[in-house]
Design a protein around this ligand. Structure first.
Ligand code: RFL
Ligand code: PHB
Length: 394
């Protein structure tokens, strides 16, 4: 027997984009149902982003889920860029008057789930065969299998928040969808360890052996990354090999303060830049990784997803409260203008900070010259800083 449900907005994907959208809509009295192909435990355990822009912090506060972040998050007023051992601090506070918040995506997701579930929000987890249909009609549908039963949700709007490998983007006809992509010739190997961070701020290092990043989740838990080959597997990287490589890349001064220990999470992520246009088709909107991917070097993926959802929630609320569709109609163009600027920054910082196997000696000299210019020019440092703390929403 097919189950039928109706709602105002059907949200595909319970990652940060889908959960936050559902919460912002609920706060304004707009109903939604959220579906995901995974379950809550799985989603909460995905170790990913760690750095939140002020705008993201504001959005989480506005949604009513900022209390634990205010207590446990670590505000950072700067970070270090290192090149072959030379370190330069980007003083975010002095250059922009703003700072960022170190608070893990696992925690953001947990806070959002807790509030949504406490408020009795409707979820379907472990769904399969998800098909968004009738996107151009006034009552689009999302059909799927749940607990061995077919389910159909009929709604006014569909929000495709189902990440890079989701089905929403694929539901846009090929002749309408245009995609832009760059795949980088390396990955990041990430490690979590229950040890205090090597420094109280982040260090991004370019070394002749490859990129390295020192980040953290708390004052007792560190998150480290090293650039690796795309063909590497986590089995190729014992903890010993990882610590040895990280120490070499961050240079002797930082390495002297490095506290190593057993890793309790180790994973490899490829690096990609990707944008799909448009971000609206009929009555379906794309938001977050479903529409765009950035390499993690600028710490922008989660922040972009949150910015999309802020703009989308305002547009939908405006429709339901005032019957005004102006923001719905401008959503795709407005969001994409910002997305491309953030793509540019993430690409530029990735290009500056990694070792590219195909770089000629000339390109290596260009990297070094760009770093030296950054160190000497306040204008160049400010440009990095204003992108890192987050560009304005519009
Ligand atoms: P998500 O988090 O991928 O969530 C999508 C959800 O959709 C579900 N789904 C489906 N549900 C139903 N039907 C289907 N057919 C479905 N297909 C998929 C999935 O199960 C999932 O629950 O996308 P969202 O919400 O757009 O959020 C995006 C962020 O997760 C992502 O951009 C960031 O994690 C990127 N990122 C970083 N972003 C930052 O802002 N700062 C950082 O410091 C940062 N570091 C990182 C990162 C990503 C990384 N990896 C692993 C890719 C570091 C790394 C290593
Ligand atoms: C992280 O802490 O996971 C992290 C921090 C900064 C980045 C990417 C990832 O640029």
């Amino acid at each position: 027997m097919r189950q039928n449900h109706t709602t105002q907005v059907c949200i595909i994907g319970a990652g940060p984009a889908g959960l936050l959208l559902s919460q912002l809509l609920a706060n304004a009295g707009v109903r939604s149902i959220v579906i995901d192909r995974q379950d809550r435990t799985y989603i909460e355990a995905r170790v990913r982003a760690g750095v939140l822009e002020q705008g993201t912090v504001d959005a989480l506060n506005e949604a009513g889920v900022g209390a634990r972040m205010a207590r446990e998050g670590l505000p950072h007023s700067g970070f270090d860029l290192a090149f072959d051992g030379d370190r330069h601090r980007i003083d975010l506070a002095a250059l922009t008057g703003q700072s960022v918040m170190v608070y893990g995506q696992t925690e953001v997701t947990r806070d959002l789930f807790e509030k949504r579930i406490a408020e009795g929000a409707q979820f379907f987890f472990n769904v399969s065969d998800v098909v968004p249909s009738d996107l151009k009609s006034d009552s689009p549908t999302v059909s799927f299998q749940h607990d061995g039963q077919p389910v159909t949700i009929t709604c006014d709007y569909i929000a495709g928040c189902d990440g890079f490998r989701g089905v929403s983007r694929q539901a846009i006809p090929a002749e309408v969808l245009k995609t832009y992509e760059r795949v980088y010739p390396f990955g990041w190997l990430g490690v979590l360890t229950e040890r205090p961070p090597v420094s109280h701020e982040l260090i991004y290092a370019n070394h002749e052996r490859g990129f390295a990043l020192c980040s953290m989740r708390s004052n007792t838990r560190s998150r480290y990354y090293v650039q690796c080959n795309l063909t590497d597997t986590v089995e190729d990287w014992s903890d010993d090999r990882f610590w040895q490589e990280l120490s070499r890349r961050i240079g002797p001064d930082a390495a002297a303060d490095l506290q190593t220990g057993p890793s309790f999470e180790k994973s490899i992520a490829p690096l990609r830049s990707f944008v799909a246009e448009p971000m609206r088709y009929g009555n379906m909107f794309l938001a977050g990784d479903a529409a765009h991917i950035v390499p993690p070097t600028g710490a922008k993926g989660l922040n972009l997803a949150v910015a999309d959802v802020r703009i989308l929630s305002r547009a939908l609320i405006e429709h339901y409260k005032n019957g005004n569709d102006h923001h719905i109609d401008s959503y795709s163009a407005q969001v994409l203008a910002r997305v491309w600027k953030v793509e540019r920054f993430s690409w530029q910082l990735s290009t500056l900070m990694h070792q590219f196997p195909d770089h000629s000696p000339f390109e290596k000299k260009m990297q070094r010259a760009e770093f030296d210019y950054l160190v000497q020019s306040e204008a160049a440092s400010r440009s990095i800083a204003e992108n890192y703390v987050g560009l304005p929403l519009d």
